[in-house]
Structure formats: structure tokens, C-alpha cells
Design a protein around this ligand. Structure first.
Ligand code: AMP
Length: 492
């Protein structure tokens, strides 16, 4: 088994890794660090949770060990799709570079230009940024990218979904042709392939399986939900969520609850709070300071439930998340992979449960195709349809089913925006319950179960057994706009 000390990393980096408590390199680290240290371009196909941040930060620190930062000319650049992810890379950098004198600046929306300008003026070794904010600085003449020796693109597939690819291409063209490029993506969509063919030079390709989807450390389940009546659907769904949480009992020490729409993130958080659960929302419409505060509380164990939208939670590395609830079936199958990857991190076990309404079944089928396995159906969960949930502003706030706005989501960026603003591009589909063909209050068959009681999960027969050794989700990526049906409604 390869050890960190076999990887020719700088001694100071090795010490920091040891102090972080890492024993052996993860597969992406084992594959990416040696070619990166040789100065080669790297194409890493891996998602968060695999240790990919260290796979580019550790060699970067080692390579930058020699030489000094010059004013306004960062020596390396890390591009991340969202503020949170960029902030997380910065945190990782601080851990791994703590024994060195290397400096960094974080350029993200929601943080004042002034302070970041000051740092850049002084000269930084590593600049960590979201693409829009980086270009804003560049256009204000505050930054020169001609000194960039190493450029990292993290979560390129997410950049594609968020419409950042033109920015990435522009940034590539502003950096020297001789730079080293470390490029990471969870999937290889044709557009991503095109970018890598254009901007990477004979890269070492390192591909790791999507541990989060096929890994046995995450137990998955889905509860099929049918509202008894259309006008009670939203309330019954919230009741069901609470029943699911209760069933998990103390095993559910904390959880991220994903909703497809920001409005539901707020409603679900408010509803949980009303029922005595500690819950806070996190999405792109909230102030950056509020988002950071909520995240810090969740990370530190002060907050049990984080209700989140996809973009807000993208790539978040919170090591101890016992459960992920999908309040809605994500409309892009790949979001399921990202969402459930918030639990079962760093080798821990985790559990994920999802609510699937009849109109979500086609999206569930798409997920099962992507992860190459059926998601076990869980039966007998009390929907607690008869429990008391007095109508309040929270219920009123629940959006009425709209008349369909049938527009395709644009993959082009309308303007350079922060991750918060672009959030609507990925969290845009409506999941408000549709009229039910069969008024069935089956979920209420059983009273709310006692705390700590475990359900029997029932595996559905596999729909189609495919080659289990295949790295799933690779090579057959469909851009989300193609996969999206015209029936899907948008709210943005
Ligand atoms: P990432 O995929 O970069 O988001 O990393 C996921 C988590 O794994 C983070 O909490 C890291 O601190 C942790 N991690 C990264 N590398 C290792 C390693 N070699 N051993 C144990 N944990 C690691």
C-alpha cells in the first residue's frame, strides 16, 4: 500500500497531512499527485468526498515551495464553481500549507473587494476564486494572470451546469500557455471533453469510481408518496418528512435536507422549526454572512438540520453528516449523486432517504439508471396525514401550482453573477404536488412511529442488471437541458 511518504511531497506538506490525521492517500491522491509533481497536466475524474481537494492542493504547495509571490501576479489559481466550495478549498489550503509561508487570497462574491485587493496587491501565491469574481477583479485592472504557473479547475461539470464555461475559457486564455493545468470533473460531458482537449496538454488521466453512488457505506432508500388530496399535498409531504426523521431516531444525529426550490427550502426549514426541530435554511438568496454562520453551526454540531438547495450545498465538506434527506427527487440525476455524497464521507457510513411523488417517478428512474442500481423502496412509513399542522403564514407561503412557464433553462450565463444568483439555473424545477389520480392516504395507515424504531427496507428487484464494475455516470452524460422534459415548470 502506498504511503504519503512515497509520494515525494515536501516534508512540510507531509507533516501537515500527518497532523490532519490522514494515514494513506486516497485513490485520486495516489493517481494525481505523482504526475502533478512531475509538472504534468492532470485530468481527474472524481467527485467530492474522494479526497480530490488534497490531490491538487498538496502537489501545488510542494511545487510552489520554491519562488516568491509578486505583486498582483498570483503564481497559481484555483477556480471553483461556488463560493462555498472556493471557501472550502481555501480552508484545506490553510491546513495543508500551515507549515509553509505560502499566502493565499479568496476571491468570492459577498466579500468586499477592498480587502481582497489589498492581498493581491501585496502578492499571493495561491488565488482561489469563483470565475465571475475573478474576472471582475481582472477587468478592474487589479490582477494579472500572466504569472500563473499552475491552474486548477475544480468541479468542471458543475461549472458547465452553471454556465461558467465561457468564463473558464477566457481565464485559460489569460494565463500563460506554459502553465500546468489540473482539471477535475465528476463526469465527462462532451463540452468538458472539448475544453480538456483544447486546454490540457497530454494530461495524466486519473479516474476514480463514484464512491458515493456505488459505495456500500451509504444506505439508500426512497418512500413513495401519494397525497390524499391535491390541496393537502404540501402539508402531507412535510408530515411525511417528519415521520421519516422520527423513524431514524437517534441514528439521525444531523441531516441535510435537500429541496429542489429555494422557496421550499425556506418552507421546510420553517415547518421543522415550528415542530420543534432545530433547522435552518441555506440557499443563494441568503446573505453570505448568514450562509456562513448557518454552515458553521451545522458543522460544529449546533444545528441538527440544514435545509439546502443544490447550489448552496455543492461540494460542502462536512465530515459528520449522518443523513441526507431528499425532500424532492432531484430533477437532474447527477444532483442525486452530489446530494447523497454529503453523507458517508471519509469512510464513514451514512444514510439517505428520499420522498418520491408520482410525478417524480421518471426522475427516480433516471437516478437509478445513473447509479446503476435500484433505490430500495421503504414501505410502511407513517405520513402522519392526520397530525396537526395548523395553517400559518408558512403554509400560505407555499407556492400555488403555477400555470406552466415552459422555457428551457439557458446554459448560457446571462451576466456574470455570483453563485447565489445563478442558483436558479439549477434549482428551478417545480415539485409542488400535482393532482393525484388516486386519492390515497395510505401513508397515514400507521401512527407516527416511536423514536428510534427502524424500518424494514424492501429491495425492489433490480430493473436491469448492468455491469457492476463499470464506473457509472462516465461517458454518457447528458447535458441537463436535453434531459429536461418540456413539462417541467420553472419558477425563476
Ligand atoms: P474532498 O473530496 O476533497 O472534499 O475530501 C473529502 C474529505 O476527505 C475531507 O474531509 C478531507 O479532509 C478528507 N480526506 C482527504 N484526503 C484524505 C486521506 N488521505 N485520508 C483521510 N481523509 C482524507
Amino acid at each position: 500500500m502506498i504511503k504519503f511518504s512515497d509520494l515525494k511531497l515536501d516534508k512540510k506538506v507531509l507533516n501537515a497531512v500527518e497532523e490532519a490525521g490522514y494515514e494513506t492517500p486516497t485513490p485520486i491522491q495516489e493517481g494525481a499527485i505523482p504526475p502533478a509533481l512531475e509538472g504534468r497536466d492532470v485530468l481527474g475524474i472524481a467527485q467530492t468526498g474522494t479526497g480530490k481537494t488534497a490531490s491538487f492542493v498538496l502537489p501545488m504547495i510542494t511545487l510552489l515551495g520554491r519562488g516568491r509571490a509578486r505583486a498582483r501576479m498570483p503564481r497559481s489559481l484555483v477556480l471553483a464553481p461556488t463560493r462555498e466550495l472556493a471557501a472550502q478549498v481555501a480552508e484545506n489550503f490553510d491546513i495543508y500549507a500551515k507549515n509553509t509561508k505560502l499566502t493565499k487570497a479568496l476571491l468570492i462574491g459577498g466579500v468586499s473587494f477592498k480587502e481582497q485587493d489589498k492581498l493581491i496587491d501585496k502578492g499571493v501565491d495561491v488565488l482561489i476564486a469563483t470565475p465571475g469574481r475573478l474576472l471582475d477583479h481582472f477587468e478592474r485592472g487589479k490582477l494579472l494572470l500572466t504569472g500563473v504557473q499552475i491552474m486548477v479547475v475544480d468541479e468542471a461539470d458543475r461549472m458547465l451546469d452553471m454556465g461558467f464555461i465561457p468564463d473558464i475559457e477566457r481565464i485559460f486564455s489569460l494565463t500563460p500557455f506554459t502553465r500546468q493545468t489540473l482539471f477535475f470533473s465528476a463526469t465527462m460531458a462532451p463540452e468538458i471533453e472539448r475544453i480538456t482537449n483544447t486546454f490540457l496538454s497530454n494530461p495524466a488521466k486519473v479516474e476514480v469510481a463514484r464512491a458515493a453512488t456505488t459505495g456500500e457505506n451509504i444506505e439508500q432508500g426512497v418512500v413513495m408518496f401519494k397525497a390524499s388530496r391535491r390541496d393537502r399535498a404540501a402539508k402531507e409531504k412535510r408530515d411525511l418528512l417528519r415521520a421519516m426523521i422520527e423513524r431514524e431516531g437517534e441514528a439521525c444525529s444531523n441531516a441535510i435536507i435537500f429541496c429542489n426550490r429555494k422557496v421550499d427550502v425556506d418552507i421546510v426549514a420553517k415547518s421543522l422549526k415550528k415542530h420543534g426541530y432545530e433547522a435552518e435554511p441555506i440557499h443563494g438568496d441568503l446573505e453570505q454572512s448568514k450562509r456562513m454562520e448557518v454552515l458553521a453551526r451545522f458543522r460544529e454540531g449546533d444545528l441538527r438540520f440544514l435545509c439546502a438547495s443544490d447550489v448552496a450545498a455543492r461540494g460542502l465538506d462536512i465530515p459528520k453528516v449522518s443523513h441526507v434527506f431528499n425532500y424532492d427527487v432531484p430533477s437532474h440525476a447527477e444532483d442525486y449523486v452530489h446530494r447523497i455524497g454529503r453523507t458517508g464521507r471519509a469512510g464513514r457510513s451514512g444514510k439517505t432517504l428520499m420522498i418520491c411523488a408520482p410525478q417524480d417517478e421518471k426522475n427516480l428512474a433516471a437516478i437509478e439508471r445513473l447509479v446503476n442500481q435500484p433505490v430500495p423502496r421503504i414501505e410502511g412509513v407513517a405520513g402522519a396525514a392526520d397530525s396537526v399542522d395548523t395553517p400559518t403564514a408558512e403554509v400560505e407561503a407555499s407556492p400555488k401550482p403555477e400555470t406552466a412557464k415552459r422555457s428551457r433553462p439557458s446554459r448560457k450565463r446571462v451576466s456574470r453573477k455570483t453563485s447565489a444568483e445563478t442558483e436558479t439555473q439549477t434549482a428551478d424545477t417545480v415539485t409542488e404536488q400535482q393532482p393525484e389520480a388516486i386519492p390515497a392516504a395510505e401513508i397515514a395507515k400507521e401512527a407516527a412511529p416511536r423514536k428510534g424504531r427502524r424500518e424494514k427496507s424492501e429491495d425492489r428487484p433490480a430493473r436491469k442488471q448492468q455491469d457492476n464494475n463499470k464506473v457509472v455516470g462516465m461517458g454518457d452524460h447528458l447535458p441537463s437541458f436535453i434531459a429536461m422534459s418540456f413539462d417541467e415548470r420553472r419558477t425563476d
